[in-house]
Design a protein around this ligand. Structure first.
Ligand code: 0O2
Length: 206
């Protein structure tokens, strides 16, 4: 599969993006294996779904501009951590930490950075556990370490984040309305955090 993705006559940019897609495959497989094992041993799936993406060229260009990153491929690889993104949606909050620990214990995974927006949510209410990791991909005659951003969240956290993301990109909203929506979104984030806690308690009872 990798050989189909990477041709020697590809442009350097396309080659790098193919490497990131390979890194996504590696990380996705690791989570799928863990889900399979839990399904076999405990008859339950801690993962509801996995959504992966490579950053769009448009969003990458914006980040490079906003952060004044030199536009060489080396500088981009060095400074941008979320070109490859794997989002893991879990049923319960405790599964997030359990899966993160299982991943980080694997001997080919290196943790670069951890951002726990569950223990310390963003001021707008955003919650998720972010891991920046490095994972090797094995090519024809080379091993290459690639960075991947893993976002782990519950269904409730994902529901909130996707709605907030849509609202944030709505243009032409008056300042008053923006403030009102921000307050309502924060209220909803707190409500959904409470719901996650209640669901976890119910699960812990059985
Ligand atoms: P996309 O691709 O549209 O998802 P870093 O460069 O990693 O040090 P950054 O980028 O601020 O700094 O990292 P952070 O805060 O960990 O957030 C990165 C990603 O987390 C975002 O990607 C979102 O996917 C998600 N995220 C963070 N904060 C919020 C938030 O307030 N609301 C929502 N809906 N998602 C959030 P991008 O870059 O926005 O792009």
């Amino acid at each position: 599969e990798i050989m189909n993705l990477i041709h020697e006559n590809m442009k350097p940019r396309d080659t790098i993006m193919a490497y990131y897609r390979c890194a996504i495959m590696e990380v996705e497989t690791k989570f799928k294996v863990l889900n399979e094992q839990f399904s076999l041993e405990y008859d339950r799936n801690p993962i509801e779904s996995i959504k992966s993406r490579t950053k769009s060229m448009e969003s990458l260009a914006k980040k490079i501009r906003d952060r004044n990153i030199p536009s060489s491929l080396e500088a981009i690889e060095e400074n941008i951590n979320d070109i490859a993104g794997v989002r893991v949606i879990c049923s319960f909050c405790e599964d997030i930490y359990m899966l993160a620990n299982c991943l980080l214990k694997q001997d080919d995974i290196t943790l670069i950075e951890i951002k726990d927006y569950i223990k310390k949510p963003k001021p707008n209410g955003y919650r998720s556990l972010h891991l920046i990791i490095s994972v090797p991909i094995f090519l024809k005659d080379e091993k290459r370490d690639m960075k991947v951003e893993v976002q782990l969240r519950t269904i409730a956290m994902d529901f909130w984040a996707s709605l907030e993301h849509k609202i944030r990109y709505k243009k032409n909203l008056s300042e008053d309305l923006q403030k009102e929506l921000a307050e309502e979104l924060l209220y909803c984030a707190n409500q959904s955090a409470e719901l996650d806690m209640k669901m976890q308690k119910i699960r812990n009872k059985i």
